[in-house]
Design a protein around this ligand. Structure first.
Ligand code: MN
Length: 234
């Protein structure tokens, strides 16, 4: 049995504020068993201007409205009429990971899932109030919060080319890791708590080549620690 978020949990135990990939975070979107044949682009959990000045509405409108939408549209195109047509994004990721002949589908399904997860990792205003359960795990795993944040920034800045930096749980301890392109921690059955998008499209309109400045600003001012804590407790 895998340990990815939301898998196999009875609905009655789920917290409403926790992001569930299979539900795509979208109000009114049917749950997986009844879902329509098309994947949908979930609404952003905030207004386009909500992340300014760290992420401009101009940048966000392209990132969400063009890039994220393109991954969702491509998944729909690729699964049409195939054995994958009725699978959720999470199931698609797990089924296609490591299969060379399904690389394109994996890339787009993972990017669609990663972006929806990523939007929930960002909060319109900074609160450094990390929930106690998460802060305790961070202290056990990294020593303190500033070390955790420094390691997350290091992973984000050292990811060569496109990819993601993650705070994950292996069930016992927290880890920082980085993944290339669309790869994410789900196939390794690691539970994502937070992620940073370090594709150039995430920051180039606002920061040009200054990835480190973007990463530091997001970590200092936008990370949604309550979301991370909620993911930990599921
Ligand atoms: Mn992106």
């Amino acid at each position: 049995m895998n340990s990815t978020p939301g898998s196999g949990l009875p609905r009655s135990t789920q917290q409403s504020n926790v992001f569930r990939p299979d539900e795509r975070g979208a109000a009114g979107v049917p749950a997986q068993k009844e879902r329509l044949s098309l994947h949908v682009l979930p609404p952003l959990p905030f207004e386009l201007t909500a992340l300014e000045p760290v992420i401009s509405s101009h940048s966000l409108s392209f990132h969400y409205g063009k890039h994220h939408r393109a991954y969702v549209d491509k998944v729909n195109e690729l699964v049409q009429g195939t054995e994958f047509a009725d699978l959720t994004l999470e199931a698609l990721i797990l089924r296609t990971a490591g299969r060379a002949e399904q690389q394109q589908l994996f890339n787009n399904a993972a990017q669609a899932w990663n972006h929806t997860f990523y939007w929930h990792c960002l909060a319109p205003r900074t609160t450094e109030a990390v929930p106690a359960t998460l802060l305790r795990k961070i202290a056990e795993s990294f020593g303190d919060l500033s070390t955790c944040k420094r390691e997350l920034a290091k992973a984000a800045n050292e990811q060569f080319g496109s990819g993601w930096a993650w705070l994950v749980s292996d069930g016992a301890r927290l880890q920082i890791l980085k993944t290339g392109n669309g790869d994410d921690p789900l196939p390794k059955h690691l539970r994502p708590l937070l992620t940073l998008d370090v594709w150039e499209h995430a920051y180039y309109l606002d920061y040009q080549n200054r990835r480190a400045d973007h990463v530091q600003a997001v970590i200092d001012r936008l990370l949604n620690w309550e979301f991370a804590a909620a993911n930990l407790s599921t």
